[in-house]
Design a protein. Structure first.
Length: 266
């Protein structure tokens, strides 16, 4: 059967029914493989360009995971295809570092929204439209972090197309000069971390009526001046537990014919 484009249904490798309504989004293919090891059951669905997809069950609920590589353009492609395939609840799990000193090592960041300095989201809607997370997803991630005993902050995250470690200046030092001012402005306005793949996903989900959230972990060990890969496990655990909680809440809502979860229902 001919495809509309090379990425439709992830290179023709997926069909409806292959993807859970609940999808964990991450940059790294390795993180997809790592996260699937925690599931009750998991199998590979597709491996296409930067997109690796697994589907299975966790805590008795269906779940999928999809890698997106680096940057919002590939995120937007993944989201479009996942939407075609029936997904409707998305959680991005990733690693980050502080803009300056706003995060402790190993601290989680649960996004309330994202600054839209990414570029791709502007192809969808004008810049005044907000990139915001869904309150049910946020509540589930807070509940997961509390249950696991991990420190966390809620706040706005920054999404810059070229945001990276400040010491990397880019070729002929143009990048460092340009982004230094942008990083400082984010810091002064209370943005609590910087990432590069959140805003477009949040805008898409708001436009399409889906639920989305973002949780990152500060993996930068400033004492030893290195990224600590063990922090990956922390954000993976929180992401999985958050999705399990969210799926159980959805089950409760369905049983009671409610549209949203509320403290009264719980």
């Amino acid at each position: 059967m001919p495809r509309d484009n090379v990425h439709r249904n992830f290179g023709g490798q997926c069909q409806k029914g292959d993807i859970s309504p609940y999808v964990l989004i991450m940059g790294s293919k390795e993180r997809v493989r790592k996260i699937a090891l925690h599931w009750d059951e998991a199998h590979e669905v597709a491996d296409h360009y930067e997109f690796l997809l697994y589907t299975g069950t966790y805590g008795g609920f269906p779940i999928s995971a999809c890698s997106t590589g680096i940057g919002n353009m590939s995120v937007s492609l993944a989201m479009e295809e996942l939407a075609y395939l029936g997904a409707n609840t998305f959680l991005r799990v990733g690693v980050t570092s502080p803009l300056k000193d706003e995060l402790d090592f190993g601290e989680l960041v649960i996004a309330k929204g994202a600054v839209r300095w990414d570029g791709t989201s502007h192809d969808y809607v004008r810049p005044e439209y907000p990139a915001i997370t869904h309150f049910e997803v946020n509540m589930a991630i807070v509940a997961a972090a509390e249950h696991l005993g991990y420190p966390y902050k809620l706040g706005v995250v920054g999404d810059m197309a070229s945001l990276g470690p400040e010491r990397e200046d880019g070729y002929r030092r143009f990048l460092g000069k340009r982004t230094r001012e942008m990083r400082q402005l984010l810091y002064e306005t209370g943005v609590i971390d910087g990432t590069g793949e959140a805003a477009t996903m949040l805008v898409q989900c708001s436009l399409y009526g889906f639920r989305a959230g973002v949780v990152n972990v500060n993996s930068l060990d400033k004492v030893n001046q290195r990224w600590d890969p063990e922090m990956d496990d922390r954000v993976v655990q929180v992401g999985l537990e958050g999705m399990r909680i969210l799926a159980s809440w959805d089950q409760t809502k369905q049983a009671q014919n409610r549209k949203y979860i509320t403290p009264e229902i719980l």
